[in-house]
Design a protein around this ligand. Structure first.
Ligand SMILES: Nc1ncnc2c1ncn2[C@@H]1O[C@H](COP(=O)(O)OP(=O)(O)OP(=O)(O)O)[C@@H](O)[C@H]1O
Ligand SMILES: [Mg+2]
Length: 228
């Protein structure tokens, strides 16, 4: 296969079974998908269908019970815990439905936080933080505490934070779930621009049919299986 066409992420026959009260819950029943690089991927499906489980496995937060998760052809199941943590830190950014910001910190401090554990100098961290705030259109609001910001602004801070370590992949679980429709459109447009300009692959979940047009590829999941 041409290296340029190699999927950045591939799931092969991924099953995920939870054990609850002595019973098996089959969250994923053999999911095989290829995620091409530099694309915006949308995962849709009803509540409980397995969307979050797929994103968590693709982002290395969870492991398949059976099957494989490959990143650029490398099997994450063969990584040690340390390798997996490092890989996740360097390659994956997460965006959450409820933003998951630290309310007592400023927008700038929230965005800068993931770089604290890297070896970057303060100067580099400051420059990169401002760059990411700029990408999401909030450079001038860096000093604001996040509780002073609107839902849409808080989500943009969350997106800037996900970008700060220059990940190859962004996983966004219902990133428009807590904002109004217009703000949701703005967030989808921002993701679209990031993919078009930034050499990044974004996988997100959404329920809203109006947002599907922003995706390069839409996968539909039902009862733990990809149906299209
Ligand atoms: N930690 C867990 N323990 C047990 N069962 C779980 C766990 N996490 C998820 N499940 C089950 O796995 C299935 C898939 O859950 P998942 O969270 O991936 O769905 P989802 O598509 O993201 O739903 P939603 O749209 O409501 O967020 C569901 O039946 C859920 O109850
Ligand atoms: Mg979910």
């Amino acid at each position: 296969m041409d290296a340029g066409n190699e999927p950045i992420v591939e799931l092969r026959g991924v099953e995920r079974t939870y054990h609850v009260d002595g019973k098996d819950v089959h969250a994923l029943r053999g999911v095989s998908i290829k995620i091409p690089e530099n694309k915006l991927i949308i995962l849709k499906g009803p509540s409980g269908s397995g969307k979050t489980t797929v994103l968590n496995i693709m982002g290395g937060l969870d492991q398949p019970t059976k099957g494989e998760m490959l990143f650029k052809g490398r099997d994450l199941g063969k990584f040690s815990d340390r390798q997996l943590t490092l890989w996740r830190r360097q390659q994956v950014g997460f965006v959450f439905q409820t933003f998951a910001l630290i309310q007592t910190l400023s927008a700038f401090e929230n965005v800068e936080l993931p770089m604290r554990i890297t070896r970057k100098s303060w100067k580099e961290r400051q420059a990169r933080t401002l760059e990411c705030l700029d990408i999401v259109g909030l450079r001038k609001r860096g000093t604001h505490r996040t509780f002073e910001m609107s839902g849409g602004e808080q989500q943009r801070v969350g997106i800037a934070r996900a970008l700060v370590n220059k990940p190859a992949l962004i996983m966004a679980d219902e990133p428009t779930g807590e904002v109004d429709f217009r703000t949701g459109i703005q967030i989808m447009q921002l993701f679209r621009t990031m993919v078009d300009e930034g050499g990044i692959t974004i996988c997100l979940t959404t329920h809203d049919p109006a947002f599907m047009e922003y995706g390069d590829l839409v996968f539909e999941i039902q009862d733990g299986e990809i149906i299209r």
